[in-house]
Design a protein around this ligand. Structure first.
Ligand SMILES: [Fe+2]
Length: 172
């Protein structure tokens, strides 16, 4: 079991339109997807290196809010929202869920159309995400959603040892 690499970061921003212009029009990243505000999550926008990255997203921004973000336990203020690390298999992801729980660092586990995600907090309360990349041909960009992650169902669908992302040789 090991983390393969950093996969993406999410930044909380004070003005999502201004930040979109910065990352898209000034830095030249590709805006690949938008997650409308839902289930108390503020609007999110997802970017990747245009024409270069095979990742679903390399960077995301989330609209700043003074409202609490459920599951995370604290208001979102401008700055780092979370850092995501990638593992190669669902079995490894499940092991990290156990490790985070035993370290009292576990926040949540979610099934999203591009990742299976386990969220935790580092000792300073900075959110981290451990992800397993769902096979690229299953990804969606126009219909993003979050659902509870059930490891048994995920393993029944993809298998515990299917390698994706860096573990499968993806360069990004
Ligand atoms: Fe993430």
């Amino acid at each position: 079991m090991s983390i393969r690499r950093l996969n993406h970061i999410v930044i909380s921003v004070s003005d999502i339109e201004i930040s979109t212009r910065f990352y898209k029009d000034i830095l030249g990243l590709e805006l690949v997807s938008t997650l409308p505000e839902q289930n108390n999550w503020k609007e999110m926008r997802f970017f990747r290196a245009k024409g270069k990255s095979t990742n679903h997203h390399d960077l995301a921004i989330i609209a700043n809010a003074t409202l609490p973000s459920p599951g995370w336990g604290q208001p979102i203020s401008p700055g780092l929202f979370h850092v995501a690390f990638e593992v190669g298999t669902i079995a490894e992801l499940e092991e990290y869920a156990v490790i985070l729980k035993s370290a009292n660092s576990f926040i949540d586990q979610l099934y999203q159309p591009m990742h299976l995600s386990v969220y935790g907090k580092d000792p300073d309360g900075i959110a981290i995400e451990i992800i397993w990349r769902i096979p690229n041909d299953c990804w969606t960009y126009s219909d993003l959603w979050r659902a509870p992650l059930n490891f048994e169902e995920a393993i029944a669908r993809w298998g515990a040892t299917l390698k994706t992302g860096a573990a499968a040789g993806e360069s990004t």
